[in-house]
Design a protein around this ligand. Structure first.
Ligand code: NAD
Length: 388
């Protein structure tokens, strides 16, 4: 039984994770090396809790209990009573190594040490520990209290017991837990790449403009946001950095090649919503063009992006990154896709997906369109991912 949860880093993710743990009746110790950041996190949390009371999601007395369960400290040594510490500091392997080494001198030998990293390998973080079988990735999505998905990533060092305890605990916190191999991008940030990359490619080829591509994905595909609206929402700087890091981590596999268009938008400071200008203009929305609502073109765009997404989901299963069920859960709960991609593939027909990929591959002769061997095999054997 884990009573006390420690959170290292009181930034965007850390404070959200701390809130979830406190709402789930843990004593929570939030440590950050910056006192100013601790103050900011505390007042930010206060606002969140007040809003929850206003919306009648929690009562006054629950708010009081949550507050009383939380301690904010600039001293790492105060983390000593923790049974689990989740690290959410800056995304730097050197700094994470230092922090985990110091942490290990403070906590008991039974304390599980988790990282919320989005892009670093869990094995490399674990390498800084004396007892490495307690390392694990617990990857929350932003905003952590609202997003239902958590990817749990045991590394090659992780003890089975560590994984089991974390899986049970995070499920108990009401989250949808998926298990994932310690591979670049885990599930969501790997499988989702073509949603952005292929949309950018279609634009670069002059097949359609941003708004028509977004229209195809939302109106015909049922996605909540089109790729360009979503990239503007995430920030082109952030989204480009993730794409670049996944591309490098996959030893420059052309499937993950970043786009010059996005690089230029990021370089120009056209980050999206937060800078008032991205693919769209947010300062003056009247300037944004209307989509060309041509159904045949829309379907062509959707099918192309969708077949690449499905191919990526199949690859995650083929490479043992996650199960069919977890890949589908990750994309519906982590990025709100209207359907699990493998289920969607079954519904469209895996043979049709294969045919579409094969056509793209034949036309472009590029590896990014190569159909996954598992997809070929399933079509050959007339199989589906789900029983009807
Ligand atoms: N922001 C996201 O959308 C998101 C989503 C999932 C995972 N992540 C991952 O979570 C981690 C944190 O991201 P974030 O967006 O919350 O960052 P952030 O910049 O908002 O917060 C980081 C916090 O860590 C503190 N910090 C930095 N170095 C420290 C150290 N040596 N010791 C103690 N505290 C230190 C900083 O003062 C800051 O408060 C990263 O690994 C990131 O990749 C981020």
């Amino acid at each position: 039984m884990i009573e006390t949860v420690g959170v290292v880093g009181a930034g965007t993710m850390g404070i959200g994770i701390a809130q979830i743990a406190a709402q789930n009746e843990h004593q929570v110790i939030v440590y950050d090396h910056s006192e100013a950041q601790l103050e900011k996190a505390k007042s930010g949390l206060e606002k969140v809790l007040n809003r929850l009371v206003e919306k009648e999601r929690i009562t006054d007395s629950e708010r009081e209990k949550i507050r009383n369960r939380m301690v904010f400290t600039p001293k790492m040594s105060e983390l000593w009573p923790c049974g689990l510490v989740i690290e959410a500091i800056v995304e730097s392997i050197e700094i994470k190594h230092q922090v985990f080494q110091s942490l290990e001198d403070i906590v008991s030998e039974h304390c599980i040490l988790a990282t919320n990293t989005s892009s670093l390998s869990i094995a490399s973080i674990g390498a800084s520990l004396k007892i490495a079988d307690r390392i694990i990735g617990i990857h929350f999505f932003n905003p952590a209290p609202l997003m239902p998905l958590v990817e749990i990533i045991p590394s090659i060092q992780t003890a089975e017991q560590t994984t089991t305890v974390c899986k049970n605990l995070i499920s108990h916190w009401g989250k949808t837990v998926v298990l994932c191999k310690d591979t670049p991008g885990f599930i969501v940030n790997r499988v989702a790449r073509p949603f952005y990359g292929e949309a950018l490619r279609i634009y670069e080829e002059g097949i359609a403009d941003f708004t028509t591509i977004d229209w195809a994905l939302t109106e015909i595909g049922g996605f909540r946001m089109g790729p360009f609206t979503l990239m503007d929402y995430i920030g082109n700087d952030v989204n480009f950095a993730v794409t670049e890091s996944v591309f490098k981590a996959f030893f420059y596999d052309p499937r993950f090649k970043p786009s010059f268009t996005q690089k230029r938008y990021a370089e120009a400071g056209y980050f999206g919503r937060k800078s008032g200008r991205g693919y769209y203009n947010y300062d003056d929305i009247k300037l944004n063009p209307k989509p060309l609502t041509d159904k045949a073109l829309g379907e062509k765009i959707l099918n192309r992006i969708l077949s690449l997404l499905i191919n990526e989901a199949v690859d995650a299963v083929f490479m043992g990154v996650a199960t069919v069920k977890d890949v589908d859960l990750a994309m519906t709960k982590g990025v709100n896709y209207p359907k699990g991609l493998l289920k969607w593939g079954d519904e469209i027909g895996l043979d049709k997906i294969l045919k579409q990929l094969q056509e793209l591959f034949d036309y472009y002769g590029e590896d990014r369109y190569r159909p996954n061997p598992l997809l070929r095999q399933m079509v050959q054997e007339n199989k589906q991912f789900y029983e009807n």
